[in-house]
Ligand binder design. Structure first.
Ligand SMILES: NC(=O)CC[C@H](N)C(=O)O
Length: 379
């Protein structure tokens, strides 16, 4: 059991770009931070959220009122560091209790220099973001805060998420290999646009040796590993900026190599097929989103983290430069495109997170589908 450092926390203020302001106390590091304010509806899995590189430059508001109960362990992070730009919770746990906990969440945020705020009405903030949409935000903490006008001006100078090209900032600089667990059956080239650690692990569990390549990998780099399949990962930023990965994906589609994409990878497949992408009003983030697999009719409960989506028709098969394509998965809350599948070659993608870290494991079958595509290509 770890008890957080007690004592009065410095005052903190959260300022949205439309001027709405919330007053609370510092949580984690004391200082100033800016980002895009988004909310996550996961009641658990905060370590996976904090360390998901797709949250780079986002200030995450937790809708669950009590956060930090199970502390921080060394097993659950999805990458080497916390990526969120800031963290907003209503009521942080004063005591963390779990057999795996090594330290408190407050301590971890402080050690990693992540500025947060607690003690604010996160329900009111979430309702505001749902009505007005995701927007820029600043958190200011400490005993000497700037005046309200200065804080608001600084928030309005922060960069927007639309138009942000961020993959190269979070992805590996050097290629590395995640070995297959057990007998090696396939080799996959995985283009890292902000990959979560669980994703190569889910492939390795299925006998795949995963060659994780930097975001700047070219088609030559991909084919240099002689892959049976190619994977494009999740990642932060606006998919309309990802021209490099889109052109690499087009080369993969031209060669008809089995292809799988997750999240940013789904948006890149959308663009490679000629569809547009657009920014959602407030996005999907959490581990309780209902999605229907239209190829089987089954509904699955899934983990999401996306602020953009693919603009593809739900009601018909589309003709694309790579043959016929259809929307394979759809979100049952709002009909947003959650998956794409090609009908004339082995390629598909989903907008959500079958690696399930955190989240329900309903969608794990998608990794098996990728294996089947690679088996089919060999047969
Ligand atoms: N998790 C992801 O890959 C997110 C993709 C993209 N950055 C979005 O917000 O939609």
């Amino acid at each position: 059991m770890t008890t957080s450092t007690r004592g009065a926390k410095a005052p903190a203020v959260l300022v949205l770009e439309d001027g709405r302001t919330f007053h609370g106390r510092a949580y984690g590091a004391v200082g100033v931070t800016f980002g895009e304010a988004v909310f996550s509806t996961g009641m658990t899995g905060y370590q996976e959220t904090l360390t998901d590189p797709s949250y780079h430059r986002q200030v995450v508001v937790m809708t669950a009122p009590h956060v930090g109960n199970t502390g921080v362990n060394d097993e659950d992070p999805e990458s080497q560091r916390i990526w969120v730009a800031g963290y907003v919770v209503r009521d942080p746990a004063r005591v963390s209790s779990n057999w795996r906990a090594k330290r408190s969440l407050d301590e971890e945020l402080r050690e990693q220099g992540v500025v947060g705020i607690s003690g604010i009405d996160t329900r009111a903030l979430t309702r505001h973001l749902r009505e007005r949409g995701a927007m820029r935000v600043g958190i200011f903490s400490g005993n000497a805060l700037p005046d309200a006008g200065t804080m608001l001006a600084e928030v309005r100078q922060a960069p927007e998420m639309s138009g942000a090209d961020l993959s190269a900032e979070v992805a590996t600089k050097e290629a590395y290999v995640v070995p297959a667990i057990g007998e090696k059956k396939f080799t996959v080239a995985a283009v890292d646009l902000g990959i979560k650690g669980m994703t190569p692990h889910r492939m390795a569990e299925r006998g795949i040796e995963v060659h994780v390549l930097p975001a700047t990998a070219t088609a030559e780099d991909v084919y240099a590993v002689d892959p049976d399949g190619v994977f494009f990962s999740n990642g932060p930023g606006d998919p309309s900026t990802a021209d490099g990965p889109v052109s690499v994906m087009k080369s993969v589609l031209e060669r008809k190599t089995p292809l799988f994409g997750i999240c940013f990878g789904n948006q890149i497949l959308g663009r490679a097929l000629g569809f547009g992408t657009y920014k959602l009003k407030y996005g999907h983030r959490g581990i309780n989103q209902p999605v229907q697999d239209r190829t089987t009719g089954k509904v699955e409960v899934t983990a999401h983290n996306h602020g953009f989506a693919v603009d593809a028709p739900l009601d018909r098969v589309s003709d694309t430069p790579f043959g016929r394509a259809e929307v394979s998965h759809v979100c049952l809350n709002d009909d947003v495109v959650e998956g794409l599948q090609l009908l004339d070659q082995p390629a598909f993608s989903v907008q959500y997170h079958p690696e399930a870290a955190a989240g329900p494991h309903d969608a794990a079958y998608l990794f098996d589908r990728f294996v089947q595509l690679m088996e089919g290509q060999r047969a």
